[in-house]
Design a protein around this ligand. Structure first.
Ligand SMILES: [Zn+2]
Length: 251
């Protein structure tokens, strides 16, 4: 009498369905170094800081520090899913069509043969990770460790990519705004500055004082460059340092 391990080995050797499955298996390479669940945690001992910091903030922080690693994970999961669809369409087509003769060959009942065959089939089917999530936990532990509070949120892993793109676009927009402002400020030439001073009669356009009154004159943007103001005569005026001061830094 054969024991069950030997029986399984024999069915495995005999079954054309399992032979086909192992051939299919040899053609698919899934990424098994990804997990279904990732967790990140931030702990505060200051209650106010804890209140001001939420799970989204932690997610942004994770993105800033670990984006490249998570981008790889996301890519692997996507690749797993794509491959898995093809894999299953091949493996789903496999049928046990030789069980009757196989059982005769091995001298065991047909039900036993098909039972082992189907169990082996499911053992051999590859089960890669097809979706993943990241849990962000923000925790407060009082300095003496007596009080505890936490908030957590679970995000689908793809959210990391979406958020990253949003942040990137936002940064690009900001930097293009900064570059524009820089270019606008650079238009202020010595010649233009002199032209404005001359136009304004070398006098502050608010208090009317000039160099002979002991004040220093500046050429000021009426609408600040940071608010979209241009470096053109219509948007420029002469101010003394005292009037310019307190108006908020512009140049
Ligand atoms: Zn003045």
């Amino acid at each position: 009498m054969l024991d069950s391990t030997q029986m399984i080995a024999r069915v495995r050797n005999d079954s054309t369905m399992l032979a086909k499955l192992s051939e299919i298996n040899s053609r698919y390479f899934f990424h098994f170094d990804v997990k279904k669940h990732y967790g990140r945690k931030k702990v505060f001992s200051d209650k106010n800081k804890f209140n001001r910091y939420d799970c989204d903030d932690l997610l942004e922080n994770v993105i800033a520090r670990e984006y490249i690693d998570f981008a790889k994970i996301i890519w692997k999961i996507r690749d797993n899913s794509e491959q898995y669809t093809k894999y299953r369409s091949e493996t789903d087509r496999l049928k046990s069509n030789d069980a009757q003769r196989g059982a005769e060959r091995l001298g065991i009942p047909v039900w036993k043969y098909t039972d082992i065959e189907s169990r082996e089939y499911w053992n051999m089917i590859k089960t890669p990770v097809l979706s993943s999530e990241i849990e962000c936990i923000v925790q407060y532990i009082s300095p003496k460790g007596k009080k505890e509070q936490s908030k957590s949120r679970v995000y689908p892993i793809e959210m990391i990519e979406d958020r990253y793109q949003q942040i990137r676009l936002k940064n690009e927009r900001l930097s293009s705004k900064e570059n524009k402002a820089k270019a606008e400020r650079a238009k202020m030439s010595a010649k233009l500055r002199y032209q404005i001073l001359q136009r304004d009669g070398f006098k502050c356009q608010i208090c009317g004082r000039g160099a002979k009154d002991g004040v220093k004159l500046h050429v000021d943007h009426i609408i600040p460059v940071s608010k979209g103001g241009k470096t053109v005569p219509e948007n420029l005026r002469t101010l003394c340092d005292q009037c310019n001061f307190g108006k908020g830094a512009d140049i």
